[in-house]
Ligand binder design. Structure first.
Ligand code: A3P
Length: 273
């Protein structure tokens, strides 16, 4: 119970979505007005997915039960992706070069979520332990932490993931990519939703943005999903919960990994909130 019985493709680990889907991701058909949400798992994807969905559709309504991530390319079959009405918000945790080919062709707008790595590992551990449908992992947090920091979990290393996106963020002429920080939306939701709207070239009023803030609050989303399988994904929704989980050594191990790999990156985490 301490390893990951996940899918392996080209030497990389993925959740047990099935190799069939994973192998055909490059061929997923992309529409001109699609928006793509990326980001390492547990960095606020469900939250930002709802925000994007509201912005592109001009309605402050949460998506229907179970359809929260109806556009999850990595797991959802083409027949469902193709049935979604436009404008779609697609979602994936793949690296840029592993996304559908159409994303590059259409210069699809990409929003990447990021969250400080310490809260991310805590959230990921709880995800893995709570979603028995997908994972059989039964290890303790300390065991999981060792796997996570080395990237021996599904979707690999957090550090390598953001290191890879950093190249695009530094070369905006290559592709339109917006980085959205979990802690920033938490602290200043209005400002950050407006920033996203600007990136999407969507006009918004203050009233509309305020409605989005309310509808996508943790409590609002959690209660909407209460009867759904995805209820387990709404755990705490806080910044800084890592202090209840990480030892001093674990916290330092993440700092060291950061120093080693990510010093020159545009994104630097907010640790001390
Ligand atoms: P915690 O496990 O720390 O509570 P993802 O959607 O990428 O899987 O990320 C899940 C994390 O985002 C979970 O963190 C979850 O509680 C949190 N989350 C989900 N909806 C949220 C919201 N509306 N506001 C703040 N955090 C939210």
């Amino acid at each position: 119970g301490k390893s990951f019985p996940v899918c392996k493709l080209n030497g990389k680990l993925f959740p047990a979505f099935g190799l069939g889907r994973l192998q055909t991701i490059p061929d997923v058909s992309i529409r001109r007005d699609d928006v793509l949400l990326g980001g390492y798992p547990k960095t606020g994807c469900h939250w930002v997915h709802e925000i994007l969905h509201m912005l592109v559709n001009g309605k402050s309504e949460l998506t229907k039960y179970g359809k929260g991530l109806g556009g999850m390319i990595d797991a959802i079959p083409d027949i469902i992706l193709d049935s979604l009405s436009s404008p779609r918000v697609l979602n994936s945790h793949m690296l840029y070069d592993d996304l559908p080919k159409g994303v590059k062709e259409h210069r699809t707008k990409i929003v990447i979520t990021v969250r400080n790595p310490k809260d991310t590992v805590v959230s990921f551990y709880n995800h893995v332990r709570n979603l028995e449908e997908f994972y059989t992992y039964t290890g303790e947090f300390n065991d999981y932490f060792d796997l996570w920091i080395e990237g021996n979990v599904d979707y690999g290393s957090y550090f390598d993931f953001y290191l890879s996106w950093d190249e695009l963020l530094k070369n905006p002429e290559r592709h339109p990519v917006l980085l959205v920080k979990y802690e920033d939306i938490k602290a200043q939701p209005m400002e950050n939703i407006k920033r996203i709207a600007q990136f999407l070239e969507v006009d918004v009023t203050d009233e509309f943005v305020a409605e989005i803030v309310e509808k996508t609050s943790f409590n609002s989303m959690k209660s909407k999903r209460a009867k759904d399988m995805s209820a387990k994904l709404f755990r705490k929704g806080k910044v800084g919960d890592w202090r209840n989980w990480l030892s001093e050594e674990q916290s330092e191990a993440i700092d060291k990994q950061w120093q080693k790999k990510m010093q020159g990156c545009i994104y630097q985490p907010h640790y001390n909130e």
